[in-house]
Design a protein around this ligand. Structure first.
Ligand SMILES: O=P(O)(O)OC[C@H]1O[C@](O)(COP(=O)(O)O)[C@@H](O)[C@@H]1O
Ligand SMILES: [Mg+2]
Ligand SMILES: [Mg+2]
Length: 322
């Protein structure tokens, strides 16, 4: 089986960029080890702190953030980083070519139940027209991403990543400690009979979402003419992994639970990297009527509605938002 570095070299990725990807992955391997040790490595439970988004931080959120941050700041190719768990941009090496954003631990509510969790990351070119510590560094549309990926800490630890070409899947080989290429090119089936949405929010949805989900649930007797099944992992990384593996539509639409927070998922380090992975595997990724990768961010921790996955199903879904 092919190893990571020869695969990336074969894709024409420069050595310096491969080294940066290795830095990110070195941190995720350490997280994977701690996760596999569970309670034995003291990672379960919450801290007494909240992050900038007002969410209680879990011990593993903080630990993962620290591990990734420390390793990236020691890499002289990183000019700035942004993280779900950091209020502001953190400055790295002046003049370095890249900036990195990440969700150090996605699916935090699954940590204590031994459920699926992961790390989501994205790399952009640094901007020379704004200071290194400015949030404007990250004010770039998702289509500027040079690399997007996630590491899923599931029964197997898997890396799903694109550097602009195909979305490839690797599995962490615990016998030698490296990621091996286990699926050369992921391809999201165009059609699906599986949807993912948190139904508990249904009374807070916009009418368009309610209408579409009602039509899904009506199955073969409804206007969509087929019977659907539903899945919800409570970790975007797990839901998107399923969609990349066997198709489906994943939605986290706007709702009016909290008027200050109409959307839940963050554009920079959740929606954008997942949108690039899905599109490069032949799927579609929208925020209602807008292609996610075209959105120009206004702020670092900006939230967006999300509908992504199997191309035909996403098209059907967004037609309800006309
Ligand atoms: O509480 P809900 O509605 O199930 O939310 C689940 C969603 O929240 C998230 O867990 C948010 O990510 P974090 O765990 O990084 O905050 C997504 O991964 C997931 O899709
Ligand atoms: Mg997350
Ligand atoms: Mg997180």
């Amino acid at each position: 089986m092919k190893r990571l570095i020869p695969t990336l070299k074969g894709d024409g990725v420069s050595i310096e960029f491969i080294m940066l990807i290795r830095t990110v992955l070195a941190a995720t391997k350490e997280i994977a080890f701690r996760v596999s040790q569970g309670e034995l490595s003291g990672i379960l439970g919450s801290t007494l702190d909240e992050n900038i988004q007002g969410e209680t931080q879990k011990k593993l959120d903080v630990l993962s953030n620290q591990l990734i941050k420390d390793m990236l700041l020691a890499d002289d190719q990183v000019r700035a980083i942004a993280s779900e768990e950091e209020d502001n941009v953190v400055v790295g090496t002046q003049g370095a070519p890249y900036i990195v954003a990440f969700d150090p631990l996605d699916g935090s509510s699954n940590i204590d139940i031994n459920g699926q969790i992961g790390t989501i990351f994205t790399i952009y070119p640094a901007r020379d027209d704004v200071p290194a510590d400015s949030p404007l560094q990250f004010q770039q549309p998702g289509k500027n991403q040079l690399c997007a990926g996630y590491v899923l800490y599931g029964p197997a630890t898997m890396l799903v990543m694109t550097t602009g070409g195909p979305t490839r899947c690797y599995t962490l080989d615990l016998t030698h400690g490296g990621f091996l290429l286990t699926q050369e090119e992921l391809s999201v089936p165009t059609d699906t009979k599986e949807f993912a949405i948190n139904m508990a929010n249904s009374r807070f949805w916009a009418d368009e979402t309610t209408q579409y989900v009602n039509d899904l649930i009506q199955g073969e007797e409804g206007p969509l003419g087929k019977r659907y099944n539903m899945r919800w992992n409570a970790a975007m990384v797990g839901d998107i992994h399923r969609v990349l593996t066997r198709g489906g539509i994943f939605m986290y639409p706007n709702d009016n639970r909290d008027p200050k927070k109409p959307a839940k998922l963050r554009l920079l380090y959740e929606a954008n990297p997942m949108a690039m992975l899905i599109e490069n595997a032949g799927g579609k990724a929208y925020a209602n009527k807008q292609r996610i990768l075209d959105i120009m961010p206004d702020e670092l921790h900006q939230r967006v509605p999300v509908q992504m996955g199997s191309a035909n199903e996403v098209e059907t879904c967004i037609s309800y938002y006309d």
